[in-house]
Design a protein around this ligand. Structure first.
Ligand code: SIN
Length: 299
């Protein structure tokens, strides 16, 4: 199964853009410099971007002074877009964009202020979790606000052979509601979910180890945010195994820390990585726009 990678005839034959893919000096990640995602991207250039995303798992498109409509159109070339269950934080006129922000206007939050406070892979709580997400910097704090990415292929490969054998056949439950009330008690601005919202996020059962549908590489697929239990294990055994996997999966040797620059557009692969928002001092403003691409059923 591959990403949609759609283009129309006009785009397919657009002039080439001259851009470089530069690997980071980190376990994972690369930057793409010289590309303008708001201009037509021909199929050859698009194939290079797609390859860079598969190889590096998180790519940072530098200096994208683009509109929400450009962000959405570029994201759509990789697949259909998710509409986040927290409709309260959709960008007006663009429901495909989730506002991630700690800013309050007239006492009301303009976005999801605590997105990513626990390690997670986006939408793992749905039967078809996300392929990838694109987060675009709008307003950045002078300190803090970094995002961390942990490579779950490396995490899988570094497990002992005994632990690999033990976890390979296992399945786990993922739930959007797992930490919702805990987060709400810390952040009372978090909306109370309606029954319709709760119905949209029924728990899903996922493999503990998934296979990337495009590269065939295995990756650990459990997270402290959404994974509640290993199916078929007594709760104490399940808790102990999950605690061991959570601690292992985010070891520094698997992690790239992204320090945001103005107009960065960061595109990560949710099938390969988990991510975490490192936090922003309350008095500093941070605002980003996120699109989330639909993915496949994990196997
Ligand atoms: C997210 O989890 O989508 C947000 C990450 C961030 O704000 O750095």
């Amino acid at each position: 199964m591959t990403a949609v990678l759609s283009s129309d005839a006009g785009t397919r034959n657009a002039p080439a853009q001259h851009f470089e893919v530069r690997r980071f000096d980190a376990p994972v990640g690369a930057e793409i410099v010289g590309l303008d995602i708001s201009k037509p991207i021909n199929d050859v250039d698009f194939a290079r971007i797609h390859r860079a995303h598969l190889d590096h798992h998180v790519v940072v498109f530098r200096d994208q002074q683009v509109t929400p409509a450009d962000h959405i159109a570029f994201s759509r070339r990789f697949g259909a877009l998710e509409i986040h269950v927290l409709h309260q934080f959709q960008l007006k006129g663009h429901p495909e964009i989730l506002i991630v922000s700690n800013i309050k206007e007239n006492g009301e939050p303009i976005g999801l202020g605590d997105a990513g406070v626990y390690w997670h892979s986006d939408i793992s709580y749905k039967p078809r979790p996300s392929l990838g997400s694109l987060l675009h910097a709008q307003e950045l704090p002078s300190q803090g606000g970094d995002t961390l990415f942990a490579d779950q292929h490396l995490a899988w490969e570094a497990l002992s052979p005994d632990l690999q054998k033990r976890v390979l056949p296992l399945k786990a439950e993922h739930s959007y509601l797992a930490k919702y009330e805990e987060l709400r008690s810390k952040n009372p601005w978090r909306p109370k979910l309606s029954q319709a919202q709760i119905d949209q996020v029924a728990p899903a059962i996922q493999p503990v180890v998934r296979t990337h549908p495009e590269t065939g590489r295995k990756a650990l697929f459990v997270s402290e945010h959404f994974t509640t239990r290993i199916v078929g294990l007594p709760q104490d055994e399940s808790d102990a195994l999950l605690a061991e996997l959570f601690a292992h999966s985010v070891k520094p040797e698997f992690v790239y820390r992204h320090h945001w620059a103005p107009h960065d557009l960061v595109f990560w692969d949710n099938r390969s990585l988990m991510h975490l928002a490192a936090g922003t001092p309350d008095e500093l403003r941070r605002k980003l726009y996120r699109t989330t691409i639909e993915g496949d059923t994990p196997f």
